[in-house]
Design a protein around this ligand. Structure first.
Ligand code: NDP
Ligand code: A1CAB
Length: 267
């Protein structure tokens, strides 16, 4: 299989590295199109694939084109791509917010799959929601699904509009987690720990607690109850979270991300 990746930043390279790791593509068959001179130089030094800086006819020789530029950069990409794209090529877009119909129209090309991964894809621990245009046949869809699964797990969604919710929940989700971890580390520092000790206490707590979610035969409410002794310290913290509306704030933040994803689709 030959693959082209247009935009080799965080996500484009997370995909490229996962494919290479599982030998799903050979470096000679991996075309990396990257505009940034610095990044392109780094990719050349890493020998991550065949690195070029612009879209040209060579892209038409690949089986799959992955679009991993920022949504606002799609406008600077689609005309060049439209001129070289071949009828049997599959396009996989991971750009937030841009609907399949818009990609099809701008590229003049029906075979489009749309996916929303997240950054743990860099470790093969991502989760990707994806959907496809009805014109994509099931064998092509399965091949792309196998590629996506090299970056972690995946879930196929019939309803494309749910990709905005995937973007808000798991696409942006790692940042919410880091935000909470950072606030906890800051609290530790305010209570007198230095950075390293506070980070150790918080990170190991998050790691252990995450594994309990998956291994303890308990609901999240039961897990909370197992920590929060009656009249104890955890209850005091949870009461402060409730009165500050923390859970509601998180929910409204996630919905703001969903709204922004929908807005991106309107350009
Ligand atoms: N980061 C994330 O957590 C996630 C991102 N996404 C989606 O993935 C896409 C990429 O995000 P991310 O990897 O973080 O972004 P990055 O900015 O890290 O990567 C995009 C790269 O594309 C380059 N680029 C821009 N225009 C062109 C062009 N015409 N030809 C070739 N390369 C070009 C950029 O160069 P330059 O910097 O010079 O503009 C940049 O190096 C976005 O659409 C985003 O919505 C999806 C899921 C998660
Ligand atoms: O913030 C963004 O727009 C992208 C999409 C999901 C994660 N990062």
């Amino acid at each position: 299989m030959k693959i082209a990746i247009v935009g080799c930043g965080n996500m484009g390279m997370a995909f490229a590295k996962s494919f290479l790791q599982y030998d799903l593509v050979k470096k000679d068959n991996l075309l990396l199109i990257e505009k940034s001179a610095d990044r392109s130089e780094a990719l050349k030094n890493e020998k991550a694939g065949v690195v070029v800086d612009t879209i040209g006819p060579h892209i038409g020789e690949t089986d799959l084109i992955i679009l991993s530029v920022k949504p606002q950069d799609f406008n600077s990409v689609h005309e060049a791509l439209r001129a070289v794209i071949q009828p049997t090529q599959i396009v996989l877009s991971i750009m937030a917010g841009i609907p399949i119909a818009q990609i099809q129209e701008k590229l003049g090309h029906p075979l489009v799959i749309r996916a929303m991964p997240n950054t743990p894809a860099m470790l093969g621990m991502g989760i990707t929601g994806f959907t496809a245009a009805k014109e994509v046949d099931s064998s092509s869809l399965r091949r792309v699904e196998n590629l996506i699964n090299a970056t972690g797990r995946s879930i196929f969604l019939e309803d494309e509009s749910m990709l905005d919710a995937v973007t808000a929940l798991s696409g942006s989700g790692p940042a919410y987690f880091y935000y909470v971890v950072k606030a906890m580390i800051d609290a530790g520092k305010q209570m007198g720990f230095d950075d390293a000790v506070s980070a150790l206490l918080v990170k190991q707590t998050m790691l252990g607690a995450y594994h309990l979610i998956n291994t303890a035969d308990k609901s999240l409410d039961e897990l909370i109850k197992a920590v929060a002794s009656k009249g104890g310290t955890t209850e005091a913290a949870l009461r402060a979270f409730e009165s500050g509306g923390l859970a509601d704030t998180l929910v409204s933040g996630i919905k703001a991300a969903q709204t922004r994803s929908t807005e991106l689709s309107k350009g």
